[in-house]
Design a protein around this ligand. Structure first.
Ligand code: ASC
Length: 151
């Protein structure tokens, strides 16, 4: 009897130790740095498109297509950076992200879908369609920032 209790305790220790190792694999501060970096890159790619849509910069179809294609891939990247425990630190991410994770994921999926559409539409070179889809994509950025990012 005593032996099996010891065996159970030892097994629990092993389990506790290994789950700690797993939890420690990604540090919250690294996850925060990761998602901020992705969004910095997204902003870099998105900004010139906004300038073209507004007419502040001449429309360059090749640049538009390239940036929109990058953004389609980039839009899939931030979500995995919102790991448990990364609500604290150098971040403006609101606790609502973790409290309403399904809603947050839904917002991210909307961003991904609208960005994929932007990449498609950019290939037409038709500014009317591009403008409309750029607006729809920007709305998905703003929706999550309004709901889930502190000022
Ligand atoms: C960006 C950026 C945002 C969004 C938003 C879109 O490049 O930094 O917060 O786009 O302006 O409406």
């Amino acid at each position: 009897m005593k032996v099996s209790v010891n065996v159970i305790l030892a097994s629990l220790l092993v389990v506790a130790f290994s789950s700690n190792v797993i939890a420690d694999e990604v540090k919250p501060e690294d996850a925060i740095k990761y998602r901020k970096s992705v969004m910095t890159v997204m902003n870099w790619q998105f900004k010139p498109l906004g300038a073209m849509v507004k007419g502040d910069r001449p429309f360059d179809k090749d640049v538009f297509i390239k940036n929109a294609a990058y953004l389609e891939v980039l839009s899939k990247m931030p979500l995995e950076g919102f790991i448990a425990g990364s609500d604290k630190g150098e971040t403006k991410a609101k606790p609502e992200i973790w409290a309403e994770m399904e809603k947050f994921k839904g917002g991210m999926e909307k961003l991904q879908a609208e960005t994929a559409k932007l990449a498609q539409v950019s290939k037409t070179g038709d500014m009317n369609q591009i403008k409309a889809q750029f607006g729809e994509t920007g709305k998905t950025c703003k929706a999550c920032h309004d709901n889930f990012k502190s000022k």
